[in-house]
Design a protein around this ligand. Structure first.
Ligand code: ST9
Ligand code: ZN
Ligand code: ZN
Length: 302
């Protein structure tokens, strides 16, 4: 490779600490020393933060796969901030580079560098210079023109710790008298680590283990387990083939793609509109051209 790996020790220490407290959170869950309302709170903010990534950072802001009215946009900004996965602009910029230069030096989480690197190692060291060089060719003007996205970026340093750590810890303590340490470990740290590892699986397992019905010449795969865990983002061979599709998969509107169900619901109430998708003919054409014909043709033509 020829590139010297520069480890960012602050990040290493931070992630060790997060995992340490998350393990305490797991212990408190396993020993049922958590109030039921805390458990509910943990689940709600876990789902909200994950939806902020899948529907928000990913399908809406990175891929412009649909449009939203202001209330939904504000909701998704809040959810994405809870997720603490970098601000929307940075998340989308890295993700657009990932799509354009998948599994090359310019990909922030190049999976040819091994499971650990593309899963979480890429956040523990300086990026390969090619990421910024090629990243400059990415058009980010849509997000630069969005005042809410740029507001979140400007104040992210304050907003992310407040929404992701402080509010999740304080609410259970203040409203139903949870022990503050339990609250920190479960609602903040455990929730955060679960959400991160689930997301990172798309970059690792989603580029390594699965099948390729739509394009066998690319690294991303269809991985059912990842799809369930990520609310529908594990259909990664389809997604890299048709990144503009708001469904993130050919089928799937239920448990294997909760995000699509969420977007459908928002569409019904008028908060999400202009949903972009891909025709069955186009999908079938691509399968015939580049895919592996392992039953996928039947799926596409049903
Ligand atoms: C986290 C993100 O976990 C996870 C994202 C996962 C994405 C998954 C995608 C999969 C598909 C979607 C499925 C979703 C599924 C979700 C399921 C949920 C249930 N283009 O970055 P810096 C330039 S975050 C253009 O500091 P270093 C730019 O000028 C976890 N230019 O590079 C930039 O300055 P500025 C929490 C680029 O110094 C400058 O370089 N966060 C690009 O090498 C410096 O950038 C953390 O832990 C680009 N792409 O540092 C923070 N990139 O920004 C971790 C860079 O001012 N990050 N430039 O324009 C860091 O500490 C650092 O970024 C670093 C690299 C140490 C990793
Ligand atoms: Zn990918
Ligand atoms: Zn994508």
């Amino acid at each position: 490779m020829g590139q010297k790996l520069e480890i960012v020790w602050t990040n290493v220490v931070l992630f060790i600490m997060y995992h340490y407290f998350a393990l305490h959170g797991l212990y408190h869950l396993a020993t049922a020393s958590v109030l039921p309302k805390t458990l509910l709170w943990f689940s709600v903010i876990l789902i909200m933060s994950n939806q902020g990534i899948t529907a928000g950072a990913h399908r809406l802001w990175s891929h412009k796969a649909f449009k939203v009215k202001l209330p939904l946009k504000v909701f998704l900004v809040v959810c994405q901030t809870i997720a603490f996965q970098n601000d929307i602009y940075e998340w989308a910029r890295d993700h657009r580079v990932h799509h354009k230069y998948t599994d090359t030096k310019a990909d922030p989480h190049d999976s040819t560098r091994g499971f650990f690197f593309c899963h979480m190692g890429w956040l523990l060291c300086r990026k390969h210079p090619e990421v910024a060089i090629q990243g400059k060719t990415i058009d980010m003007s849509d997000l630069e023109a969005d005042p809410l996205v740029m507001f979140q970026r400007k104040y992210y340093f304050i907003l992310a710790p407040v929404f992701s750590f402080i509010i999740p810890t304080v609410v259970p303590r203040f409203f139903w008298g949870e022990n503050v340490y339990v609250s920190l470990c479960v609602a903040a740290m455990l929730r955060y680590m679960i959400s991160l590892h689930i997301t990172w699986l798309v970059n690792s397992a989603g580029h390594m283990w699965g099948y390729k019905p739509y394009d066998r010449f690319i690294t991303p795969v269809e991985n059912t387990v990842v799809a369930y865990l990520t609310l529908g983002e594990g259909w990664h061979n389809y997604h890299h083939t048709f990144p503009q599709d708001y469904k993130g998969s050919e089928l799937g509107v239920t448990l294997d793609n909760v995000t699509t169900a969420f977007i459908h619901f928002m569409n019904k109430i008028g908060w999400a509109y202009d949903l972009k998708t891909v025709s069955k003919e186009e999908v079938l054409k691509r399968i015939m051209k580049n895919g592996i014909l392992n039953g996928a043709v039947e799926i596409a033509s049903t």
